[in-house]
Design a protein around this ligand. Structure first.
Ligand SMILES: Nc1ncnc2c1ncn2[C@@H]1O[C@H](COP(=O)(O)OP(=O)(O)OP(=O)(O)O)[C@@H](O)[C@H]1O
Ligand SMILES: [Mg+2]
Length: 293
C-alpha cells in the first residue's frame, strides 16, 4: 500500500444508497479506490456487489450519498462517460466476439485506421503488433494473436481484457468476479495480472466471493451484507482467518455448526433419516469427495 500522504484517491463513495423500486440494494456504502492499490469488495450472493460496481461504471445512478472522481462530485450519465473519466470495467461475461482474432477483440470499438477517404482501411498490421507487444509487456506470451479469442481459456481472456484496459489508459479498473469460474491455477494467473495493473499505477476494484483471493492481492477490503457495509479494513488491520470468518458470516457460521452438531446427535440420527445414510452404505459406495479426501 502507498503511504497515506502520497496516496491519490481516484474514486470515493460516501454513504451511497441504491433502491430498485422498494428493494434496497445498497444503503450507506463507503469505499475508496486509490492509484496503485487494490480495493476488494466481498460479499455473499445478493449482497449488492454488482450494484456497487454498476454505479462506479456508470450503468446505474445512486439514489443517495456522494460519488467523487478525483475529488470532484460526479453523476455519470452512462458507461461511456465512465470510460471517458478513465474507469474501465471488465464484466464477468466478457463482451468479446469469440470467432474474431485476439487482436481484433483487443481493439474492438477503437480500431486504428490508415489512409483517407475511400482509401481508409483498418490498420491490421499495427493492431496485430500492438496486441502482441502489449500482451507481452504484461507477461502474456500468446502463441498467435490471430487465433479466435474463443479458443483462449477463461483466464487468458480475463488477462487480455485487463491488458486492454491498461493499454487504453484506464486509471481505474473494475473487475466483477474475474476468478469466479476459474480453477486454482488460472485464478493465480489472473490475480498476477490484477497485481500487474496495480503496479502500473491503476486503482483496482476487485469483486470476489473468495477471501483467499482477496487477501492475496488486496490493500483494502469492503464487506457487504444484504446491501449494507459489514466491515471495512486495510490489509494490515485484518488477517486472512478473520476475513474468511467475516465473509462466511462469523456468528452465523457458529450457529450453523451448533445446529449441525445437534442434528448429528439427535435420537432420529440413528433411524432412517437422510442424515444417516452413511450407516447404510456398502463399503464401496463412499461418495467420491470422501474417497479423495
Ligand atoms: N435490476 C434490478 N431490479 C430489481 N432488483 C435488483 C436488480 N438488480 C439487483 N437487484 C437486487 O438487489 C440486490 C443486490 O443485487 P446484486 O446483483 O448487486 O448482488 P451481488 O452481490 O452482485 O450478488 P451475486 O454474488 O449473486 O452476483 C439483490 O437483492 C437483487 O435481487
Ligand atoms: Mg453480482
Amino acid at each position: 500500500m502507498t503511504p497515506a500522504n502520497t496516496r491519490t484517491t481516484l474514486v470515493k463513495l460516501t454513504g451511497v444508497s441504491k433502491y430498485y423500486g422498494n428493494i434496497r440494494a445498497l444503503e450507506g456504502v463507503s469505499l475508496e479506490v486509490a492509484a496503485g492499490e487494490i480495493t476488494c469488495v466481498l460479499g455473499d450472493n445478493g449482497a449488492g456487489k454488482s450494484t456497487l460496481i454498476k454505479i462506479i461504471s456508470g450503468l446505474h445512478r445512486h439514489d443517495a450519498g456522494s460519488f467523487e472522481i478525483e475529488g470532484e462530485e460526479t453523476v455519470l450519465a452512462n458507461p461511456r462517460a465512465a470510460l471517458d473519466r478513465g474507469i474501465a470495467t471488465v464484466y464477468q461475461d466478457l463482451a468479446v466476439v469469440p470467432l474474431m482474432p485476439v487482436w481484433r477483440n483487443f481493439f474492438l470499438g477503437s480500431e486504428p485506421t490508415r489512409g483517407r477517404g475511400p482509401f481508409r482501411r483498418l490498420d491490421v498490421g499495427l493492431m496485430r503488433e500492438t496486441t502482441r507487444a502489449e500482451l507481452l509487456r504484461m507477461g502474456i506470451d500468446l502463441r498467435d494473436v490471430d487465433q479466435p479469442i474463443g479458443t483462449l481459456s477463461g483466464g487468458e481472456r480475463q488477462c487480455v481484457a485487463i491488458a486492454r484496459a491498461v493499454y487504453f489508459g484506464a486509471k481505474v479498473l473494475v473487475l466483477d468476479e474475474p476468478t469466479a469460474a476459474l480453477g486454482v491455477k488460472q485464478s493465480g494467473v489472473v490475480l498476477k495480472y490484477v497485481a500487474a495493473a496495480r503496479d502500473a499505477g491503476l486503482g483496482v476494484v476487485l469483486i470476489t466471493h473468495n477471501p483467499h483471493h482477496a487477501h492475496l492481492v488486496g490493500d483494502r477490503f469492503v464487506l457487504l451484507k444484504r446491501g449494507v457495509m459489514a466491515g471495512s479494513h486495510t490489509r494490515d488491520s485484518i488477517t486472512l482467518d478473520e476475513l474468511t470468518r467475516q465473509m462466511a458470516g462469523g456468528s452465523e457460521l457458529d450457529e450453523l455448526s451448533h445446529e449441525l452438531a445437534r442434528v448429528a446427535q439427535s435420537p432420529q440420527g440413528t433411524g432412517d433419516t437422510p442424515y444417516d445414510q452413511a450407516a447404510h452404505r456398502p463399503a464401496d459406495r463412499t461418495p467420491r469427495d470422501e474417497r479423495d479426501a
